[in-house]
Write a protein of this length. Structure first.
Length: 248
């Protein structure tokens, strides 16, 4: 498939134009003009690039790419090494941040829900970034957190009384702990995101909403894989996902 066509198909599917983001969404680094093999990962780190070089893929597909708003513009150190590796081997970098969080089919949020067996009943926000599910049966916070640990293969940090009943759950993948206030305002029993802040503890202690930090990497590894599967099914591109053991 032509790289240009691939980029426009992805832009259409993910509705890239609808988002105001902190980074460019789409082709961040241009490589070979034709793409047949893609390696995906959560973040365009050096280890992902090294794996891509070893596997001789044409493009890398990630959720966390480069060129974030506010970052230093100079191409030195780690950034130089990453870009040099990509350019030397003519490998494209395709990155989708918010469009890949919010997508109704392959998005990180919906895909995390699928891992847990949760269907979205509604959203707390207009951007569809904060899905809510009503659990089929009321479980304790402890049972829900154990289920999460099993699904994500990672021990989460749980804030709240473990015996408290949980019926409604809202979530947002990545570093979205600040949205706990919206979950509290909506009267949701539990809010889940990837990371945690010092003030999250107090927000939980002084409200009726529990919180689980389930890992930024762990909660955001499913969208890019679903997008890769879509590319394989719809466009016949071979796709593999590369997992990195990031504990954060
Ligand atoms: Zn993220």
């Amino acid at each position: 498939m032509e790289l240009k066509l691939l980029v426009s198909e992805l832009a259409n599917f993910l509705q890239v134009g609808k988002f105001q983001d902190y980074c460019p969404n789409g082709l961040q680094v241009e490589g070979r003009p034709h793409v047949q093999h893609i390696l995906s990962g959560v973040t365009a780190s050096q280890s992902l690039i090294d794996a891509a070089i070893e596997m001789n893929v044409d493009a890398i597909l990630v959720h966390h790419g480069y060129f974030w708003r506010g970052e230093v513009a100079e191409i030195t150190g780690m950034k130089k090494q990453r870009l040099k590796s990509l350019l030397n081997y003519d490998i494209s970098l395709l990155a989708y941040h918010l469009p890949l969080d919010a997508h109704p089919v392959v998005g990180n949020n919906v895909q995390l829900g699928l891992q847990m067996g949760w269907t979205v009943s509604h959203y707390l926000d207009e951007r569809n970034m904060l899905p809510v599910t009503e659990l089929a049966q009321v479980n304790s916070l402890e049972v829900v957190s154990e289920h999460l640990a099993q699904c994500l293969q990672r021990q989460p940090l749980v804030l709240g009384d473990l015996s408290r009943p949980v019926r409604t759950v809202a979530w947002c993948t990545g570093a979205a702990q600040q949205y706990i206030q919206q979950a509290i305002d909506a009267g949701v029993d539990l809010f889940i995101s990837g990371e945690v802040s010092e003030q999250t503890y107090h927000a939980v202690t002084e409200s009726n909403t529990a919180y689980i930090a389930a890992g930024h990497h762990a909660t955001e590894r499913y969208g890019v894989q679903a997008l890769g599967r879509w590319l394989a099914e719809k466009h016949g591109i071979s796709h593999q996902y590369f997992e990195i053991k990031n504990p954060i």
